[in-house]
Design a protein around this ligand. Structure first.
Ligand SMILES: Nc1ncnc2c1ncn2[C@@H]1O[C@H](COP(=O)(O)OP(=O)(O)OP(=O)(O)O)[C@@H](O)[C@H]1O
Length: 339
């Protein structure tokens, strides 16, 4: 359904050099937003592009939806080239960008019908499709109110209905749940999964919510600094790139330091200390704990508490990049990109 080869997008931004002579004060910086992306998404897949702010997720989506052309490389979407066959691509895709515009004084139902007409559907078909989407996205109670009076979650569901009016085979969602409270977020995720189950739509979404990617996507593509750094099912990413986390608590920092020194020899484990706690990262955490406790007991080091947690996608990102996605939020500065 999607195939990209070496997909690249640069932006030129003007930078100001205060100390330079007047004529040379404005320099041009190249931001390499997306660098040589080779991507394949098959029909019916639900794929999440996950990455920190500035990683290149939206730029990728904007190229795949023909909103901006690539600087180099190619992308074929539903059998059509995104540069040479823009109109054909647009006909078969739905795109819901960040903060789409359902904020007018029109009624939601009318907006949906207008959108259907804009896609060349008849009034009758547009009305029938609008009614179907209103029912399946749980908008019946609000569809006849001005859209400006809807809540954030209702507006976002209306955005999604707008993107689906022409029954696209492929739907792009750019951060569908950003700005929603946890309840509305869960509700929206449920609706997206239901639509997909009902219509078999291929869905590509971007998110920086780790739990969203984990819960919804059967495939997660981790993007950092404009390039793919991992691509697999959430379960395999966690198994391959992050171990379980065993946290041991001690009565004193010196006990913790002695324990860390002993545990350092554990095969394949990464050990770190923080005050009176020691954290061990290793595969098969629950099975390792009894042996760890026996070993420390034999060395006369008393363990006061033990906790084992399964890895998250954040652990995967941390392992791959040395940075946390939770902190997040790494914005790519022009200087960083240029370096
Ligand atoms: N129109 C533009 N002009 C200049 N730079 C841009 C433009 N659009 C994006 N960029 C830069 O390209 C890089 C990638 O941006 P992009 O919006 O694709 O990231 P993202 O992963 O979608 O981030 P977020 O999660 O914050 O939406 C960033 O450094 C951004 O500042």
């Amino acid at each position: 359904m999607i195939q990209t080869t070496g997909l690249t997008r640069h932006f030129t931004v003007k930078g100001q050099r205060a100390r330079a002579p007047r004529a040379a004060r404005f320099s041009k910086n190249i931001v390499e937003a997306v660098r040589g992306l080779d991507l394949r998404v098959d029909e019916g897949e639900l794929v999440a592009l996950l990455g920190p702010n500035g990683a290149g997720k939206s730029t990728t989506l904007r190229m795949l939806t023909t909103l901006i052309p690539p600087t180099s490389g190619t992308a074929v979407v539903a059998g059509h080239d995104v540069v040479a066959e823009q109109r054909e691509v647009r006909r078969v895709i739905g795109y819901i960008g960040q903060g789409n515009g359902a904020a007018l004084s029109q009624r939601g139902r009318d907006e949906l019908v207008s959108q259907g007409r804009a896609y060349g559907m008849s009034v009758r078909d547009s009305k029938a499709r609008a009614a179907e989407l209103i029912a399946s996205l749980d908008l019946a109670a609000v569809a006849d109110r001005p859209t400006s009076s809807l809540s954030g979650g209702q507006k976002r569901r209306l955005d999604i209905a707008m993107g689906l009016i022409h029954a696209p085979r492929l739907l792009f969602l750019d951060e569908p749940s950003t700005g929603l409270d946890p309840q509305n977020r869960a509700n929206l995720q449920e609706h997206i999964l239901k639509l997909r189950a009902e219509h078999g739509t291929t869905i590509v979404l971007t998110t920086h919510y780790l739990d969203e990617a984990d819960a919804m996507a059967e495939r997660v593509i981790v993007i950092d600094h404009g390039a793919v750094i991992a691509d697999d099912t959430p379960a395999r990413l966690k198994a391959d790139h992050a171990g379980d986390r065993i946290t041991l608590g001690f009565g004193s920092a010196s006990d913790a330091a002695r324990a860390a020194a002993r545990l350092g020899g554990l095969d394949g484990a990464v050990v770190s200390t923080g005050g009176v706690e020691v954290e061990v990262r290793a595969q098969g955490g629950p099975r390792l704990v009894p042996g760890i406790l026996r070993g420390l007991d034999a060395a006369g080091i008393a363990v006061e508490s033990t906790a084992v947690s399964r890895p998250t996608l954040d652990d995967v990102f941390l392992n791959l990049t040395g940075r946390s996605l939770r902190e997040g939020v790494v914005s790519l500065s022009n200087e960083e990109v240029a370096a």
